[in-house]
Design a protein around this ligand. Structure first.
Ligand SMILES: [Fe+2]
Ligand SMILES: [Fe+2]
Length: 250
């Protein structure tokens, strides 16, 4: 029965949240990250179900735990597992985004919304052919066009969900847009602040963590140099880039 499934999901979410609390106390970073990945996995598979509200609870817990030491969140992103998938990517982008928000002293409520938006920025990828997502070579032009639709698909999913924050579909739609109009899906110039921040965290994560057989992982320093050049070329806001770099730098 669908209702049974929903209460099972809720139970497993509560159990995971309980585990997260325990791992916070023992400061066990790999376990914290593993539980976050499990929670993200459930959220990404169930957008639109009531339990999406629990994403906000998890992000709130992270804000409380790390508000005085936001860089620990960036180091959590840097903690690598042998497995890499959409959930781990979403956790990484969320922790980098929260690190930025706490560093620039966003109001906790705004930081919470940004954290949830970061978890769900790529939810549209759940609708994309896994052969395209997990492809170990460069995508053909046609495949890349399909891949790009994860932005529009994600925004549509989030507009239909029970989560009434406009920022969520906006971030799903805009996180690959660039200020010089070179991004996708619409090539807009007026990218929202939330879209820019999560876009920056996403690009940094892609370079430093998400290695592919055809593309090597780049170390954080070199990744920031690349992003600085892209900022000088007009793709990102200079102020935003500078703050992002400071937020994650040791
Ligand atoms: Fe994306
Ligand atoms: Fe992403």
């Amino acid at each position: 029965m669908a209702e049974d499934k929903m209460s099972d999901d809720k139970n497993s979410q509560s159990a995971l949240i309980g585990q997260l609390r325990e791992h916070f106390q023992s400061k066990n970073a790999p376990r914290i990250k593993a539980v976050l990945a499990q929670l993200c996995d459930e959220l990404l598979q169930n957008v639109g179900k009531p339990k999406l509200e629990e994403a906000a609870v998890v992000v709130e817990m992270l804000i409380e735990e790390y508000s005085t030491r936001p860089r620990m969140l960036a180091s959590l992103a840097n903690l690598k597992f042998t497995k890499y998938n959409l959930s781990i990517h979403s956790v990484n982008v969320m922790t980098l985004t929260l690190c930025f928000c706490l560093y620039v002293k966003y109001h906790p409520q705004a930081a919470k919304t940004m954290g949830v938006a970061a978890i769900l920025h790529d939810v549209g990828k759940t609708q994309i052919d896994p052969n395209i997502l997990n492809c170990d070579r460069r995508l053909t032009d046609e495949e890349f066009e399909m891949f790009k639709t994860h932005t529009v698909l994600g925004a549509n999913m989030l507009r239909k969900s029970d989560f009434k924050e406009n920022i969520l579909p906006m971030v799903a739609l805009e996180h690959h847009e660039k200020l010089d109009g070179s991004g996708y899906p619409n090539g807009i110039h007026n990218v929202s602040m939330a879209g820019q921040i999560i876009g920056l965290a996403d690009s940094f994560e892609e370079m430093t963590i998400n290695g592919r057989p055809y593309r090597k992982v780049i170390d954080p320093f070199d990744s920031l140099s690349i992003l600085r050049r892209e900022t000088e070329a007009g793709k990102y806001s200079k102020t935003l880039f500078r703050r992002f770099a400071y937020s994650i730098a040791d």
